[in-house]
Design a protein around this ligand. Structure first.
Ligand SMILES: O=C(O)CCC(=O)C(=O)O
Ligand SMILES: [Mn+2]
Length: 229
């Protein structure tokens, strides 16, 4: 499993033994954000992918849409939300409730907790059937997300490019030259987005027409229900 950590400023929580074992790549980004990676077995990732294909029920109908500036769109991928009983998460203008954890999701959640030391009560799942499916540029900066907990992103299936773009280089706010940061999220990789990554950097998974195989991405999050906007 390749592990990547997007590390926030003043975050010293990564000196755990589990993380020291790996061979970490480290890419420095603006605002002291960094990325690290490690190699591990692929077979387990194959198995987890097959299990998730069997267990995860994706949203359909109204639940499979998002609202952007008041307009409703079909999302160019499938989505599902699982987590602790009673939790809801509102993003892109739609509120989703958590389905009960499946055994495989619990297994992956606990493995991520063992590696990172963080606990998670919610997971957003995106399934990209091939390289046509994608996610547009956005930040995961909802008030409901616990700012003390990173977002842990597990990728299974087809490798896809993942791109970070600094907020000061976008649209009318374009006032600086900062290169976007592109990485490939491989089968079995773990990416951690610490604070302040989602304040300064947007991320996206663009269309890649040459990719013909499916990919499942799980973003484990910690939701604090009282923080709702
Ligand atoms: O599929 C991915 O790697 C990213 C998904 C994502 O950014 C999200 O669910 O917020
Ligand atoms: Mn995101």
């Amino acid at each position: 499993m390749e592990k990547c950590v997007i590390q926030g400023q003043n975050n010293h929580s990564w000196h755990s033994d589990a993380l020291k074992k790996g061979q970490w790549k480290n890419i420095e980004l603006e605002k002291d954000v960094s990325i690290k990676g490690e190699e591990e077995a692929e077979e387990e990732a194959d198995h987890l992918f097959i299990q998730l294909e069997d267990e995860v029920m994706y949203s359909t109908g109204e639940e499979a849409k998002v609202k952007v500036f008041g307009k409703v769109y079909n999302i160019p991928r499938k989505q599902a939300t699982y987590g602790d009983a009673g939790l809801t998460y509102t993003y892109s203008g739609v509120t989703r409730s958590a389905c009960t954890w499946t055994p495989t999701l619990e297994y992956i959640r606990d493995a991520v907790t063992k590696t990172t030391g963080y606990t998670f009560n919610f997971v957003l799942i995106n399934r990209y059937k091939d390289g046509q499916d994608h996610i547009g540029e956005h930040r995961d900066d909802e008030k409901e997300l616990d700012p003390l907990c990173p977002i842990a992103s597990v990728s299974l299936g087809a490798a896809r490019d993942f791109i970070f773009r600094h907020r000061d280089t976008r649209g009318k706010q374009n006032c600086r030259h900062i290169e976007p940061v592109k990485m490939e999220l491989a089968h079995g990789s773990l990416l951690l987005m610490n604070q302040p990554t989602n304040t300064y950097w947007y991320h996206s998974l663009p269309v890649r027409k040459k990719v013909l195989l499916p990919r499942i991405n799980l973003t484990f999050r910690r939701i604090v229900q009282d923080n709702k906007k």
